[in-house]
Design a protein around this ligand. Structure first.
Ligand code: ZN
Ligand code: ZN
Length: 481
């Protein structure tokens, strides 16, 4: 491995991240699985290899299917109109880069911190519709236990206004129906959320913690899908569910009055940004679910935000191999308190690696590495851990890759959320280290988007120098997460 420091392009400022949030749970329950033990055993055998057997894949899928009553991996479709020509379009929930079939104009969808959608109604004309809100989260939930890290994918919803009258969750209806954006021009009375997303998230965490053997030292949720979904109702002799146009209650509720709840028009903004390179005016490129657009003409990368396109600092790792696809990773320099982790020497100590610490390792800067694309939770942790442990130091080019690029689908905010979990992935021994996780804070200071070359093989994408493999199925299953 080269000992020269990494070099990278600098295209102005990179964007800020939220401070790392830390939340700790303390629930106790029953162990779920020999399956996890088996996976851990395999991980132990193949410390730097992410070779996942077909049998394990099947087991994982089965275990996901076992929970279909509460977990559905599905994606909404959203009805919408082209901002240029008004032509109707159907978006997938994860779509950001929108190319109109009719007028051919490209634009990028920028939303608030969370998306706001409404369900369609079948109410008779002239009803005064009341829209009742639900929080919905889709993403990865990680829990640090004495026995290691447990992970699962969750897709859940919960009332954003407490009421006994309305269903507690949306159930499966949001996945079966075509949604539309809840924007201020939509008519109806939209109840304002009075129950915070964090409170709802704590309920989700508690619910999923009941299947874990306690204590839970640390929990973290990573996912870019936080949304508020409005479900329509109307009042008559009874309260009617306007999605199905059926009574919600068998008797008229005597104490219900929608206008006694705070509400009005939805307070949300969606914006379609034109996607021309701010540096050279060229058309920016990207896949439909990408969060970062790139300019092939002047070799720059941009993140669309509410304030316009912001430059992204990036670099490409060199390769001599053929049949390459580049996967994006966030390399993160962070300020860490509660534990000493500034240098490669500190990393060797915390990870308890069997290496004699050399003098110059104290001067080698430590970086976190985190996948910038959606993968199964287990692979997310494995990739982050294995690359962080490797601390790649190759000299990198300040240019976009010439070959295929896998889209960036996890933001710097997602990466920031995952940093403590990333650290938990390599701390050893876990049972001594996990109890101090709650005292650790990690503040990201600088992000570099690194395109890492992987060789395409029949079943996997392989990074030969770091001994990593990403299974193609794992990746395609994750694309709608
Ligand atoms: Zn159009
Ligand atoms: Zn350009």
């Amino acid at each position: 491995m080269s000992t020269a420091p990494c070099t990278a392009t600098s295209v102005g400022r990179s964007y800020r991240a939220r401070d790392q949030r830390s939340e700790v749970g303390g629930q106790t329950t029953v162990d779920r699985s020999s399956e996890n033990q088996k996976i851990r055993r395999l991980e132990g055998l193949k410390n730097t290899n992410l070779l996942i057997s077909g049998r394990l894949r099947r087991r994982r899928r089965r275990s996901i299917n076992n929970h279909t009553s509460t977990i559905q991996v599905a994606e909404f479709t959203i009805e919408h109109q082209c901002p240029q020509c008004g032509a109707p379009a159907l978006l997938r929930e994860t779509d950001r880069f929108f190319s109109c079939e009719f007028c051919r104009v490209n634009s990028f969808l920028v939303q608030d911190d969370f998306s706001q959608y409404m369900l369609p109604n079948t109410a008779p004309k002239g009803k005064n519709l009341v829209y009742y809100p639900y929080w919905r989260f889709k993403g990865m939930l990680f829990s640090c236990l004495e026995s290691g890290i447990r992970h699962r994918f969750i897709d859940v919803s919960y009332q954003a206004v407490e009421s006994r009258l309305f269903p507690i969750t949306l159930g499966l209806r949001s996945q079966a129906l075509k949604l539309s954006f809840a924007t201020p021009e939509k008519s109806g009375y939209f109840l304002k959320p009075t129950f915070s997303f964090n409170k709802a998230m704590n309920i989700f965490k508690l619910r999923f913690s009941t299947s874990l053997p306690g204590p839970v030292f640390y929990q973290s949720h990573i996912g870019d899908s936080i949304s508020l979904i409005y479900s329509p109702f109307y009042e008559e002799d009874k309260i009617y569910d306007a999605v199905l146009n059926k009574p919600l209650t068998s008797i008229p509720p005597d104490d219900f009055n929608a206008s006694s709840f705070p509400g009005g028009r939805p307070n949300s903004h969606i914006q379609f940004l034109p996607t021309l390179c701010p540096a050279c005016g060229w058309d920016l490129e990207g896949q439909r679910d990408t969060l970062i657009l790139s300019c092939r003409n002047c070799s720059t990368a941009w993140r669309p935000t509410k304030d316009g396109l912001n430059p992204v600092e990036f670099a490409t790792m060199p390769t001599n191999d053929n049949n390459i696809i580049y996967f994006p990773f966030w390399r993160i320099k962070a300020e860490i308190s509660g534990i000493q982790l500034d240098s490669y020497a500190d990393l060797i100590r915390i990870a308890n690696l069997p290496k004699a610490i050399q003098k110059d390792w104290k001067g080698r800067e430590f970086h976190f590495w985190s996948p910038a694309f959606k993968v199964r939770p287990k692979v997310f942790i494995q990739l982050g851990r294995n690359i962080t442990l490797s601390q790649p130091e190759k000299i990198m080019a300040a240019e976009l890759p010439e070959d295929r690029i896998h889209p960036v689908t996890l933001s710097t905010e997602d990466a920031a959320e995952g940093l403590i979990m990333n650290m938990a992935g390599f701390m050893k021994p876990a049972k001594d280290m996990f109890p101090i996780l709650k005292d650790i804070t990690i503040k990201p200071k600088r992000y570099l988007l690194v395109y890492m070359p992987f060789v395409e093989q029949y079943h996997d994408y392989v990074q030969p120098e770091l001994y990593l493999a990403i299974n193609k199925n794992q990746l395609s299953l994750a694309s709608n997460l």
